[in-house]
Design a protein. Structure first.
Length: 319
């Protein structure tokens, strides 16, 4: 058997969102800057080996090669290799349901493919490669807190996973059904049909630096307030698209209200959402018991899991 590389990467949850591509589709450069946290405990595990043609299996299902063709072409052109890749990937969390599986998926894939070619690329170059598959994947190369600037090819780390030891994320799965619209299609549809898209992009440029400052100060209230503006303004641009993009389910709104009620009672619990109905809360460890108690009493049927800031991409050769 030939050489095999394996990799792990964790999802990148954006506190300040990337939504929309600069200058349209193709090169996949983000139109808005994002600030994110890489989540410990959730991961994509990927094994890559040489094959006669590119072939990707995710969670036991053969994937549409078209979704990966630009990405594999880019791997070959950046590394100067002519290899074709056989890929087996598994997520230890719901795939394509808005838990940021494309971020960990393409980060793990980029790391393992580059290692198989034998090329020695810098982390920035692997991040840039991962971005071709999925913008958020550029951030998953690093652990802790990361930034992907607008119109920039790669992400970078602003603080490692030990920067804010009490920071917690609680991911609530409203449904584990895969979403109807991929984030890739929905953001392009928003860009081309929503009259609010321009306002979203303009506003994001001023929310982002304030959020970065709040993160650096570990000011949860300031960060939470800005994170809410970011995700709700992102969704506002989608609601105004033609036809509208509505990822939310009734439970999503119920969970947003739950966070509001907790804040009224003095708990620093904030929420965010991505291209799907799931709600992700963030808080400090001291407020976890109150959040868990509210979830258990208000939404007893919903599963959730808790994560801290986690590590970035790990790659090794399989023995
Ligand atoms: O890069 P994609 O295609 O996974 O899009 C990410 C879009 C959001 O998750 C909604 C926001 C973000 O910055 O992760």
């Amino acid at each position: 058997m030939g050489r095999r590389m394996e990799s792990w990467a964790s999802p990148s949850l954006a506190l300040i969102k990337y939504w929309g591509k600069a200058r349209g589709e193709g090169i996949n450069l983000p139109a808005t800057p994002s600030l994110a946290v890489t989540l410990e405990g959730l991961h994509t595990h990927t094994v890559v080996e040489e094959a006669s043609e590119d072939h990707v299996v995710l969670d036991g299902k053969v994937q549409n090669p078209q979704r990966f063709s630009d990405f594999f072409q880019r791997v070959r052109s950046v590394t100067g290799s002519s290899l074709r890749f056989k890929v087996e990937s598994e997520n230890n969390f719901a795939t394509a349901a808005g838990l940021a599986s494309s971020s960990s998926g393409f980060a793990a894939l980029a790391g393992a493919c580059v290692a198989l070619t034998g090329a020695h690329l810098k982390e920035e170059e692997i991040s840039s490669l991962a971005r071709v598959g999925s913008g958020s994947a550029a951030r998953s190369i690093w652990g802790g807190f990361t930034v992907l600037p607008a119109e920039f090819p790669c992400a970078y780390q602003v603080a490692d996973e030990n920067f804010w030891p009490d920071f917690r994320v609680v991911l609530v799965t409203v449904t584990d059904k895969a979403k109807d619209h991929s984030s890739r299609d929905a953001m392009e549809h928003t860009r081309t049909t929503s009259p609010y898209y321009g306002a979203w992009v303009k506003d994001a440029a001023s929310v982002f630096p304030q959020a970065l400052e709040a993160l650096r100060a570990r000011d949860l209230e300031a960060l939470g307030t800005l994170a809410r503006l970011s995700y709700l303004r992102m969704f506002s641009s989608m609601f105004a698209a033609d036809p509208p993009v509505i990822y939310w389910l009734p439970e999503s709104l119920g969970l947003i209200r739950l966070a509001e009620d907790l804040r009224k009672k003095g708990h620093g619990v904030w929420e965010t959402m991505d291209a799907g109905p799931q709600v992700k809360f963030f808080c400090e460890a001291k407020d976890l018991p109150a959040l868990e108690a509210s979830l258990k009493s208000g939404f007893p049927g919903l599963n959730y899991r808790t994560a801290r800031p986690g590590p970035g991409l790990r790659v090794r050769e399989l023995p």
